[in-house]
Design a protein around this ligand. Structure first.
Ligand code: ADP
Ligand code: MG
Length: 260
């Protein structure tokens, strides 16, 4: 039988309003298993809202999101669709991991415990196994010598690397990164982007990366999606998007990143 390549994530005509303001105006986006998608666009264009809906932190006003073909915000019942229960959302959420702009580590826990906490208490993983995986992940992000440190003892870049390890150790099928370097001092940005690049190369997790780092987007992404004013204005291979942008809005947006 031919292997099908069904999307791991599908946004179908997603609209989202906050009060009177429609911030997403019908977004259609399919992500293939393992695909790395960079989401770029001006501030306020709806990037964060798009990924927060997948993390179940924000509910779409209309439209559908599917994860592995299953409705995220709905449940199928008697041939129709009903709103998802909290339990359904909780189950579905286990497929998704997210790293935020601000690290929000648990300040009173060691680095190691920050990473083992969810595998043990959410997944019910045996402590030994969680410990072993957490150490492996922390070594991978270059923090093998910080297991017993507390977040306050780390630099911003190190904290963000812990946050990445903490999300990845849950083995989600999709990882979301929301401008994870924009709160960092400039000299710490590189180490975090490098960790994500390495991770992207070796993992078969799909990734959606919201970023203002265009060189990084070009390096890491299989596809770049340009969001403008709540709609996908243009998308394509990094080479196409950065070397041969079609939409005037994308051209204008990219020109702001050109070094003078
Ligand atoms: P981006 O991440 O691209 O900067 P966002 O998704 O954060 O954009 O925001 C898109 C628009 O939605 C913005 O105009 C923002 O002010 C608005 N918005 C986002 N979240 C909320 C909220 N919880 N309540 C009201 N407005 C919001
Ligand atoms: Mg944002």
């Amino acid at each position: 039988m031919k292997k099908t390549n069904n999307p791991i994530v599908a946004y179908e005509n997603i609209k989202k309003s906050f009060g009177e303001v429609e911030v997403l105006k019908g977004v259609n986006l399919n992500i293939s298993p393992g695909e790395k998608v960079a989401l770029i666009g001006p501030s306020g264009s709806g990037k964060t809202t798009i990924i927060r809906m997948l993390m179940t932190l924000e509910k779409p006003t209309s439209g559908f999101i599917k994860v592995e073909g299953n409705y995220l915000w709905h449940k199928e019942m008697n041939g129709g669709l009903v709103p998802a229960t909290e339990k359904h959302l909780r189950n579905m959420r286990q497929n998704i991991g997210m790293v935020f702009q601000h690290f929000n580590l648990f300040p009173h826990m060691t680095i190691l415990r920050n990473v083992t906490e969810a595998p043990i208490h959410v997944l019910g993983m045996p402590k030994e196994e969680a410990h072993q995986r957490a150490v492996e992940m922390l070594e991978k992000v270059g923090l093998g010598d910080k297991l017993d440190a507390y977040p306050a003892q780390l630099s911003g870049g190190q904290k963000q690397r812990v946050a990445i390890a903490r999300a990845v150790v849950m083995q989600p099928k999709v990882m979301l990164f929301d401008e994870v370097t924009s709160a960092l001092d400039p000299e710490l940005v590189g180490e975090v982007l490098q960790v994500i690049k390495d991770l992207a190369k070796e993992t078969d997790m799909a990734m959606i990366l919201v970023t203002h780092e265009m060189d990084f987007a070009r390096d890491v992404a299989d596809r770049v999606v340009f969001l403008h004013n709540g709609q996908i204005e243009e998308e394509g291979a990094p080479k196409e998007i950065f070397e041969n942008p079609k939409s005037p809005r994308l051209k204008t947006f990219l020109s702001r990143f050109l070094k003078s």
